[in-house]
Write a protein that binds this ligand. Structure first.
Ligand code: AVJ
Length: 343
């Protein structure tokens, strides 16, 4: 039914796999929590935010007045969709990494020539099935070819599409969750997966007044706080723990040297949390680092793109220059990751 990536269901993290009956993810969440809370600086990787409850909370975030990212990007896509896909011929293939609901994609597809194929790549069978159903009715005749895979694994596209020109699509500034060095790795992997002659259209949030940034991650209604705290609720649900959510507080800060928003959960008391038979000690004020969201200048992101072997091309922005959608073009020859100096 669905093409799958080479390592679906596994992550090459090297962390010990912990079996737990309730999670159904091969123990990835359990292993990441045990590992992250064992460190001197406690952390939990942000990709674990997105269980069913977390995905629903993120949807609510995208509609908050303070969270300018989603609506600004959608406006840019709406305004410039025709230009963004002006190199896509009727033989072309649009590949979306981490497609989720594919809602933003409709903005591009509505301007695309007949005959193209659309390849949504996602880890959720339900999301792929929903997207396919919706797109089939909205765009009759569109060839939708879902691939069930984690976009951070090497991408393997359906072989019969090999010879067709491809445009990758990676909206949402998801790239901002990665440290610049890991962002280079991911963009290199997209380049490899899409192959010669391809392009990538990627959404990248921009540096701006830190007060605007902090507000976007510290909304008045407390939805982002609930989203952050949901990772603890998920530990309770999936790993059978009994963490008191009121004993932790959401915190979002901007680090101007790193150029990133950091989200943390601050322990309000000295406490000891039993999780999966282990005990984790917290001092009052001790933090769990749950997310980085990097903000780039246009020039900085173009450097990241070059370091990944792509050639930066057009950039589309809103009038306030809050957000960018950037076009990268595959260079000829062997991609080189030389000359990149960030961590
Ligand atoms: C989905 C990674 C783009 O970093 O802005 C929203 C996630 N975290 N509010 C972001 C998020 C807190 C979001 N990304």
């Amino acid at each position: 039914m669905y093409a799958t990536g080479p390592q679906h269901g596994q992550r090459g993290s090297g962390a010990a796999q912990v079996e737990h009956p309730q999670t159904g993810d091969g123990g990835q969440f359990a292993a990441a929590v045990l590992d992250g809370l064992s460190q001197r600086r406690k952390s939990i990787p942000s990709r674990f935010f997105y269980d069913a409850a977390g995905s629903e909370l993120f949807e609510q975030i995208t509609r908050l007045p303070e969270y300018y990212l989603t609506r600004t990007e959608s406006r840019i896509l709406e305004t410039h969709a025709s230009e963004m896909i002006d190199r896509l011929t009727s033989r072309g293939v649009l590949v979306e990494f981490g497609s989720g609901s594919s809602l933003k994609t409709e903005l591009l597809l509505s301007k695309a020539p007949r005959g193209i194929a659309y390849v949504p790549v996602d880890v959720s069978i339900a999301a792929l099935a929903d997207a396919r159903r919706r797109l089939a009715s909205r765009f009759p005749g569109l060839d939708v070819r879902p691939v069930l895979a984690d976009f951070s694994d090497p991408i393997v596209l359906p072989a019969d599409l090999d010879a067709r020109p491809k445009i990758g699509f990676f909206p949402g500034s998801t790239i901002g969750n990665l440290k610049p060095g890991r962002a280079v790795d991911l963009l290199s992997s997209f380049l490899k997966g899409l192959s010669a002659g391809s392009r990538l259209i990627i959404g990248v949030d921009l540096k701006k007044d830190p007060r605007t940034l902090v507000r976007a991650y510290n909304d008045a209604a407390g939805v982002t706080a609930a989203f952050n705290l949901n990772i603890l609720a998920r530990i309770n649900r999936d790993l059978g723990a009994a963490i008191d959510l009121d004993a932790f507080q959401h915190e979002a800060v901007y680090d101007p040297l790193e150029g990133r928003i950091e989200m943390h959960l601050v322990s309000l008391a000295t406490q000891e949390l039993p999780i999966l038979g282990r005990r984790f000690y917290f001092r009052a004020g001790e933090r769990i680092h749950t997310e980085n969201s990097y903000k780039y200048s246009v020039a900085q992101f173009r450097d990241v793109a070059r370091a990944s072997g792509w050639i930066p091309a057009r950039v589309w922005m809103d009038p306030a220059q809050y957000f960018s959608v950037q076009e990268l073009v595959a260079a000829d020859g062997v991609p080189s990751a030389q000359g990149f100096e960030w961590s």
